[in-house]
Design a binder for this molecule. Structure first.
Ligand SMILES: [Zn+2]
Length: 427
């Protein structure tokens, strides 16, 4: 307060002095108005300058097919010289060969009559590295920033209503992980008739999380479970000699000599409820019909259910249309009917591996819609493919089984822990 008073006192003295100097209040007024004008004169060019000074804007540029950083910048309006400088600065950290189309660049820039001037150029070419290029003394300098990632366990879960694939997508499971889970499950599950609508699944995997809490990378699939009807399939990953394989709770390998679903199964629509199979062959197996039908879009890859040798393939006269017949070990045979086409490599006598593509789903022969008719024969008798008790290819014993059991309990504990954390963050 004291200072303020003093200030006013001084101002008063100054005003009095001015009045004395100019002699009249009029002159005083004149002085002030001209000073105001002077201010305006000075102020105007400053504001004019400010408005002509281009504002810093932000945008995201995306690398197109076959594009490169240099082209991206010049087509954005950056001078050739600056574009080259930025390109070279960027190349100090990331080789252009490692850039993929779709790569985003966050750009801060000014646009004027002279063109576009880049203030900063940022990109994250890998999940754990950010490249930042900034302008400094007229030159572009780059630096790399490491993004801290924490290894975590992540669990996806959901309920199947139309297909496993759409349920998994809804639960946010990345496509590659869905396929891995389906591949593992298709040894033991019939993806069309063995999954009832409402079935629940859980997928546990290793993942990497950034500091914001986002999962930025999914790594190894570690556990998958599918609970449907009275069945509860639980499959655990177990690594031995650097090789990851899946085993059921008993330590038996999920790999069976025959697949339950000899199709790319992820997108198969499940049959809702299992009524009388005699009513409609598409609903399952009946003795008269000898096989199981899988309704699937035309062209869906049909896979060899197991390793074996092709007995015959091609057009069959008995309503089967295009048919492939394979003989496996242990007295098993499989047949695949109504195929739209048969792959060229499938010839009588050819050896096929499990999951090898035989052809595509079609509706050749007697068929009302595209579907795969699949038959399993054991010792010359047709059997229900859904009841095939193919033996596991491997059963863990001794020390390996002990190790597996500890991996299994650790994984089960991780499942429990994950649910707990989720509950805490959900509050
Ligand atoms: Zn059929």
């Amino acid at each position: 307060m004291k200072e303020l008073h003093l200030h006013y006192k001084r101002l008063g003295t100054a005003l009095a002095l001015v009045m004395v100097l100019f002699g009249s209040t009029r002159a005083f007024r004149h002085y002030f108005s001209s000073e105001q004008a002077l201010h305006q004169e000075l102020a105007e060019p400053i504001t004019a300058n400010k408005s002509s000074e281009p504002e810093i804007q932000e945008t995201t540029l995306t690398l197109g097919n076959g594009g490169n950083v240099n082209k991206l910048l010049t087509s954005f309006g950056v001078s050739k010289e600056a574009a080259l400088q930025i390109t070279n600065a960027f190349a100090q950290y990331v080789s252009h060969r490692n850039l993929k189309s779709g790569q985003n660049f966050n750009v801060r820039y000014k646009r004027s009559e002279q063109g576009v001037e880049i203030e900063s150029f940022q990109s994250q070419p890998s999940i754990d590295q950010k490249i930042i290029i900034t302008k400094s003394d007229g030159n572009y300098v780059s630096k790399a920033e490491l993004i801290h990632l924490t290894p975590v366990v992540h669990v996806f879960e959901g309920n199947v209503h139309s297909s496993f694939y759409s349920a998994a997508m809804k639960a946010g499971v990345p496509t590659k992980l869905v396929q891995e889970a389906v591949d593992v499950l298709s040894y033991v599950v019939n993806f069309q008739h063995g999954i009832k609508a409402g079935a629940s699944f859980k997928i546990l995997c290793d993942a990497l999380r950034n500091d914001k809490g986002d999962i930025v990378k999914i790594q190894q699939l570690r556990f998958v479970s599918l609970q449907t009807g009275g069945q509860d399939h639980k499959l655990f990953a177990f690594t031995e000699n650097g090789k990851v394989r899946f085993f059921n709770e008993k330590g038996e390998s999920v790999v069976r000599s025959l697949l339950q679903t000899p199709l790319n199964a992820a997108k198969l629509r499940v049959t809702s409820g299992f009524s009388n199979s005699r009513m409609h062959p598409l609903l399952g197996y009946c003795r008269a019909h000898k096989g199981v039908d899988f309704g699937a879009p035309t062209g869906t890859p049909v896979l060899a259910a197991g390793e074996g040798r092709v007995v015959s393939c091609g057009w069959s006269g008995s309503g089967y249309g295009n048919l492939v017949h394979i003989r496996h070990s242990g007295g098993y045979e499989t047949k695949y009917a109504h195929l739209k086409y048969i792959n060229k490599s499938i010839r009588p006598g050819a050896v096929v591996s499990q999951r090898q593509v035989l052809g595509g789903v079609g509706m050749t022969g007697t068929a009302t819609g595209p579907h795969l008719h699949f038959e399993v024969i054991l010792n010359k008798h047709h059997i229900n493919p859904m009841k095939v008790q193919a033996l596991p290819s491997l059963k863990l014993t001794g020390g390996a089984l002990k190790k597996f059991d500890s991996v299994k309990s650790a994984t089960q504990q991780e499942m429990v822990n994950f649910v707990q954390t989720k509950a805490v963050t959900g509050l």
